[in-house]
Write a protein that binds this ligand. Structure first.
Ligand code: C5P
Length: 212
């Protein structure tokens, strides 16, 4: 079985030295890559700019920078994947133009125009064929479950992992996470606050159970 995983943030170029990014560290996605590899999957990890090394020979890694790079890498490999897990914190907007030269300091306001990026998970959802299984992540601050379920349906995902920003010790930068797994049939499972390694193992079990 082959699994494709996206992880980490994306960096959207403003000029040669500046970018728009986010606080994702990639820890959850990399933990998932290890957990799927331990379960015997061939793993393709498509990673944004992160500071994590991968040594496991069962994990093939493609490093990307921007949302557009990640989109293209995913589109190239999605068809050959049995499972896809979209764990990356992809930028929703990117500058309409990246300046060739470093933007100089000025006293006036600086306006950077942004355009929407491609929704990678939704694009995969549109291409999904029979037998492929797609997992998304949702990071919500309010109406958490309703928003997560809506996202799962809108993007044609089979399972969504809800991260709550309201939970202490969970989310960006922490080594622990507290998630709820919601399946297409409405079943939901709350996991306690655990290491990301353990959370990853439980998510892999939940996916494998569905593939059986
Ligand atoms: O819509 P929202 O960004 O909250 O959806 C989160 C889910 O969609 C995550 O699985 C994330 O990896 C994925 N996503 C994506 N491409 C985007 C935005 C989100 O794959 N441009």
């Amino acid at each position: 079985m082959r699994v494709l995983i996206t992880a980490g943030p994306t960096y959207e170029r403003i000029d040669p030295v500046r970018f728009i990014g986010n606080h994702s560290t990639g820890k959850m996605g990399f933990a998932l890559a290890e957990a799927f590899a331990d379960r015997g999957f061939d793993v393709l990890l498509i990673a944004g700019p992160v500071h994590i090394v991968t040594v496991n020979p069962a994990i093939k890694r493609i490093d990307v920078v921007s949302a557009d790079d990640m989109y293209r890498a995913v589109m190239q490999h999605f068809a050959e994947s049995d499972v896809a897990v979209f764990c990356a914190a992809v930028a929703d907007f990117t500058p309409t133009v990246a300046a060739d030269r470093k933007i100089k300091r000025k006293t006036d306001d600086l306006v950077i125009r942004l355009k929407p990026t491609q929704d990678i998970a939704a694009a995969a959802g549109r291409q999904k064929r029979q037998g492929q299984f797609i997992v998304g992540f949702a990071l919500e601050t309010d109406d958490e479950e309703a928003n997560a379920v809506d996202k799962m349906q809108r993007k044609n995902l089979d399972m969504i992992v809800l991260n709550s920003l309201n939970d202490q010790g969970a989310g960006f930068g922490y080594d622990t996470n507290k998630v709820t797994v919601i399946e297409r049939n409405g079943r939901r499972t709350d996991f306690p606050l655990q290491s990301k390694t353990e959370v990853a193992r439980r998510i892999v079990e939940a996916v494998v159970e569905k593939l059986a």
